[in-house]
Ligand binder design. Sequence first.
Ligand code: PEP
Ligand code: MG
Length: 569
Amino acid sequence: MLSLHGLAASRGYAVGRAVVLGAAALEVSHYRIAPEDTESECARLAEALERARDEFLRLADQLPPDSPRELGALLQVHAMLLADPMLTQEPLVLIREKHYNAEWALTAQGQLVGEQFAAMSDEYLRERSSDVRHVIERVLQVLAGAPEISTPVANDDSAEALVVVAHDISPADMVKLRGAQFAAFVTDLGGATSHTAIVARSMGVPAVVGLNHVCQFAQEGDILVVDGEAGVVLINPSPAVLAEYAQRQAGYAAERAALTLIKDTPPVTLDGIRIGLQANIEWPEEAVSALAAGAEGIGLFRSEFLFMNRADLPDEEEQYAAYASVVRTMDGRPVTIRTLDIGSDKTLDDDAAVTTNPALGERAVRYCLARPDMFAAQLRAILRASAHGHVRILLPMIAHMHEVHACLAAIDSAKQDLDARGQAYAERVEVGAMVEIPAIAIAIEPFAETLDFLSIGTNDLIQYTLAIDRADPTVARLYDPLHPAVLRLIAHTINAGARAGKPVSVCGEMAGDVSLTRLLLGLGLTNFSMHSQQMLDVKREILRAHSNALRTRVAAALNRAEAVDLASL
Ligand code: PEP
Ligand code: MG
């Protein structure tokens, strides 16, 4: 058994077989097909393999006479590889037995074959591993040109659990992987508040990131234990360890079940302070689980996820349908829709090359203000959704008052467009800003005066205050929510909101981290927004807390030089 230690990014335990995704493999979709479709999927793959092979043979035949001789030989090798049962038969077994889609079956088998070649002592044969990669990429291209097939079919209960192993998974890749219902995610890269981790939490599956070497050590099909509590991954553990983890899994499930008893209990501290608990969502359908967890509203709808993994932008109608569906589901409860926060690690498919430091580049509101037509379409869609309930607009990455004024003007102009069209929107739509750049937190007063509410994005606030890339595991130990500078910025924002009579919430991952609930209450926070998976744990902590006593203790701790000791609260 091998054990690897990383960062616990999403809670829970999972035991399953490894599905190793290489960088190229992530470009293709991975999903299970319905049993009745296996034969047509096999035929689809067989046809693609044959087409690719014929192509290589044709190319070899038609090579101009002055081409290097090796090229013809290489094309022949490629055609031969595509006739080898390792690639023509074995993937069909994966399709028939495991119900993998053709692309997944091919990449999984290709990885295995490539590794076999790479491990050979003969240099010529070792080099064939890159040929395997090339031919597989060609077949994937052929498959991509084939007509789209059925939508992903979720694992049925009897299917074995699968753990995704990858060097890194971008938020866009997570969106693609989401449909296949994997049991856990483990990656070499990533920090605990990277968007990969956030998406895993929203899916309610354990994740361990920042493992450094998991891709090197875990092989396709290995049994993995993913301990999302301790941040540990075990590769091929002994039966005794597996039995131990089966018990932990059962214990964890029982604890989750017991927590549902407080779902309808109002979140009130022992000294009677009513706390607001709202949910963060990335996709419209998550509003249902937010309600089921007892959320009193949506505190953060990350609208950018609607824009990712596609060649085109969602138009006003499509966005309106998505926003309105959440507003209808929430049935009068507040729905805070954040305008597009694209850039940094969340990119659109057609974005130009990454700039030198995307986290400090044209991200979020900067991106939107530079694209007025796109921004206007989103604002009109949000405003139209407001006709169905209680909508609030949240502006990401605000640093300057002139950005606030520009956004307010854009909202007014979107309203005028709707007036001209005779389309309805709510009389009052509150507008707030994310407090996630130190500049706004330090000079918060005019923002608190002008805006209707503030929402502290601690994920970026910590990143930008401490100059720590939130997705970089090599500096993850310095990503410290307890740094006095971070806590003072949070306290300063909460106090300014109180003075201006404007609500302040925290919607970054700190709000859902149960070990920080008492600290945030002690900082005077009364509105929390988090993934619904975390809500009941946080509520239990709130029900046990004495808010005023915590405020005194935290105030004293903030005045001391050293970092706050959570155990003393
Ligand atoms: C944050 O920065 O804390 C936040 C909530 O926004 P995101 O994680 O989407 O950047
Ligand atoms: Mg942010």
